[in-house]
Design a protein around this ligand. Structure first.
Ligand code: NDP
Length: 324
C-alpha cells in the first residue's frame, strides 16, 4: 500500500485528502515511478477548485521526479532504475508511487538532483516554450513578465536575460522585487502600487514591449495589452488572479495590430520529439548555469493543503516541492 493526495469534491485546500491507494503493475506503455520529489504548480489549484473541471474523485499534480521501478510491455527507451522527471500527462503526481505513460518521462541528467528535477519541469518547460516558441525572444527585445518572483517567473526572467532581452518584471512586494532583480530582471514594477503601463512606457522610451507573458490573468490583462508595441504579442497563459473575461478582437486592431495567444504546455509537448527538444533545452540552461532553479518552499506531501494555501496567498517565491 502507498499514499497519495486525492479530492472527492472541488473546493478550498481542505478538500485535499491523504489517502491510501493501491498502485498495480504498469500496463503496456507505462512505467511505475517511485517519487523522490513532487512539484507544486498553480494549475493544481485550478483542478482543485474546479476552474479546470476533472472527473471526481481525482488525483492531483502534474510534475514529479523519481526512480523507475517497473515498466510495462513495449517500453524500451525507459528502464528500471532510470532517474526520471516529468511534467504533464495524467494528473496524480501527488503520490508516493504512480504509473505514468512512459513516453512522458525524461531521463534526468546526472548533475540535476530529484528536488530540482521536480521543481523545474513544468515551470521550466513553460518558460522554454513561451520564450522560444510562442514568441521567439530576440536580443534587444523588451519583454514584460508578470509575477516575476514566482515559479515560472524566476525561471523566465533568467532565461530571457540570457537570450539578451531587456527584462521588465512585476511583483507585489519589495522582497519579491529584490529576488526578481537577482534573477535577471533589469526593471521591476511593484504592480500593487505603481501604474504598470506608465512605468513600462517610461522604461521603453514610449515604445512598449515586444511581448508580455501574463500568468496573472484577470487583474493584469487589460494593462498588459497597453504595454505592447505595435504588432507586439500578448501571451496570456494563466489565471492566478482569476480567468480573463470574454474579449473583443477589435481591441487588438485599436491597440496596434497586436497578436494574442492563450497557450498551454501540453500543446507544445504533444509529440515525444517535441517533449524531448523542450526538455533538452531546459536541461541545457540549468546544467549550463544560465538558469538557477530556486526551490524556496518544501512541504511533506501529506501537507499539500498548506502548500496550496500559501501559494494562493502569494506567500511563495520561486518553485515549491513536496517530499513524499
Ligand atoms: P507562481 O509561483 O507564479 O504563483 C502565482 C503568482 O501570481 C503569485 O506568487 C503572485 O505573485 C501572482 N499573483 C497575482 N495575483 C494573484 C492572486 N490574486 N492570487 C494569487 N497569486 C497572484 O505560480 P506558477 O509559477 O505555478 O504559475 C504561474 C502562472 O502560470 C499561473 O497562472 C499558472 O496557471 C500559469 N501556468 C501556465 C502554464 C501554461 O502552459 N499555460 C504552465 C505553467 C503555469 P505576486 O505576489 O508577485 O503578484
Amino acid at each position: 500500500m502507498t499514499f497519495a493526495i486525492r479530492f472527492h469534491q472541488t473546493g478550498g485546500p481542505e478538500v485535499l485528502r491523504w489517502e491510501e491507494v493501491s498502485v498495480g503493475a504498469p500496463v503496456a506503455g507505462e512505467a511505475r515511478v517511485r517519487h523522490e520529489a513532487v512539484g507544486l504548480n498553480f494549475i493544481d489549484t485550478y483542478h482543485r477548485t474546479g476552474l479546470y473541471p476533472m472527473p471526481l474523485p481525482s488525483g492531483i499534480g502534474l510534475e514529479g521526479a523519481g526512480i523507475v521501478e517497473a515498466v510495462g510491455e513495449g517500453v524500451s527507451d525507459i528502464q528500471v532504475g532510470d532517474r526520471v522527471a516529468y511534467a504533464g500527462g495524467p494528473v496524480g503526481a501527488y503520490s508516493q508511487v504512480r504509473c505514468m505513460p512512459a513516453h512522458r518521462l525524461l531521463k534526468l541528467p546526472a548533475s540535476i538532483d530529484f528536488r530540482t528535477g521536480a521543481a523545474m519541469m513544468l515551470q521550466g518547460m513553460t518558460a522554454a516554450y513561451l520564450l522560444r516558441r510562442t514568441c521567439r525572444v530576440q536580443p534587444g527585445d523588451a519583454v514584460l513578465i508578470h509575477a516575476a518572483a514566482g515559479g515560472v517567473g524566476l525561471i523566465a526572467c533568467q532565461w530571457a536575460k540570457a537570450l539578451g532581452a531587456t527584462v521588465i518584471g512585476t511583483v507585489s512586494t519589495e522582497a519579491k522585487a529584490e529576488l526578481a532583480r537577482q534573477h535577471g530582471c533589469d526593471h521591476v514594477i511593484l504592480y500593487t502600487r505603481e501604474d504598470i503601463v506608465k512605468r513600462v512606457r517610461e522604461i521603453t522610451g514610449g515604445e512598449g514591449v515586444a511581448v508580455v507573458y501574463d500568468g496573472v490573468g484577470k487583474d493584469t490583462f487589460a494593462a498588459s495589452l497597453d504595454c505592447l508595441r505595435p504588432r507586439g504579442m500578448m501571451a496570456t497563459f494563466g489565471n492566478a488572479s482569476g480567468a480573463v473575461p470574454a474579449f473583443d478582437p477589435l481591441t487588438l486592431t485599436q491597440k496596434g495590430s497586436l497578436f494574442l495567444t492563450r497557450p498551454k504546455l501540453a500543446d507544445y509537448t504533444t509529440r515525444r520529439d517535441e517533449l524531448l527538444d523542450i526538455g533538452q533545452e531546459l536541461f541545457n540552461v540549468v546544467v549550463g548555469g544560465q538558469v538557477k532553479i530556486e526551490v524556496n518552499q518544501t512541504y511533506p506531501l501529506s501537507e499539500a493543503a498548506q502548500a496550496h494555501r500559501d501559494l494562493e496567498a502569494r506567500k511563495t517565491t520561486g518553485s515549491t516541492i513536496f517530499l513524499p
